[in-house]
Design a protein around this ligand. Sequence first.
Ligand code: F1P
Length: 347
Amino acid sequence: AISETLEGRIERPDWGLDDIADGLAETWAGVREVLILACGTSYHAALVARYWMEAHAGLPTAVEVASEFRYRDPVVRPGTAIIAISQSGETADTLAAVRELRANGHGPVLAICNVRESSLDREADTTLYTEAGPEIGVASTKAFTTQLTVLALLTAAASQSSRGAAWREPDAWRSELRGLPGRIHKALELDEPIRRVAAGLLGREHALFLGRGPFYPIAMEGALKLKEISYIHAEAYPAGELKHGPLALVDEDMPVFVLAPNNQLLDKVLSNLEEVRTRGGDVMVLTEPGQGPTSGEGMEVVELPDPGALLAPVLYTIPLQLLAYHTAVLKGTDVDQPRNLAKSVTV
Ligand code: F1P
């Protein structure tokens, strides 16, 4: 299923960008802010989009798990565009949240779905289809990377049409979107190094994932994939939270996965990494060539050759999906049908 990510229909980003920009101009004329609702993996995609929307389109963006949203009395201001993300389009909590918002006169609703003619598709004003093909396994993989791709298109389009924000970097988005399939191919070449890291997880019961900025939700997704298919208890934290509690858990039995992208946050992430190393925890650092840390005793450095800048969160996802996959295969768990989980949670 992971290799099918490559078939994510992202060969023609220009088409998508123009199409979405037109749709936005019409449907979203009065949009002042954005509220994104989703569950599970789709929620993690929403969290990445919050960073993108605010930084690049200047639109205040709130994100909430749909399963919690309807159990409070949220304040939704006029001019809030609602985005609902769901691979299946049938997740009960996401549908219920959208229906409740609609009943209270809020909208428009934009859905991001992988399945056409789904309940969410019918509920929405506009649907953007991820077109990732059928998700064979229960755990979302290619749905996630294609959701991120659609959200990147949306951000680029929003950055063009939002009046308040300067039109930032539309060409950069276009060029990175064009290069995405090739970059995903390259990231998949990390299969063997990641399989070796996965072998080190055998016999482990817990793992921590750390990330900053948009890489924090990617760390959350890495932890979720590991939990879902290999049954290893995994949690993700923003790198800066490590010292606010989770560090107490770190010892020689607690492997830590650190996302250390090539940006201004790297120094701080690396100082967190030292905190882990001094307590005997094994570390895997996912970074880019020439960033500083090198492999050694208790430290495995895996380098993504060229993840780009804007879309790097998409690229950092691939090795984490591979990690969960190889760990599950080595442990002998059922990668496609994990125990206790259903493909879509419809009640
Ligand atoms: C949400 C989700 C999936 C997860 C599992 C249960 O589904 O949490 O992310 O892998 O299948 O449901 P969806 O709303 O994106 O279809």
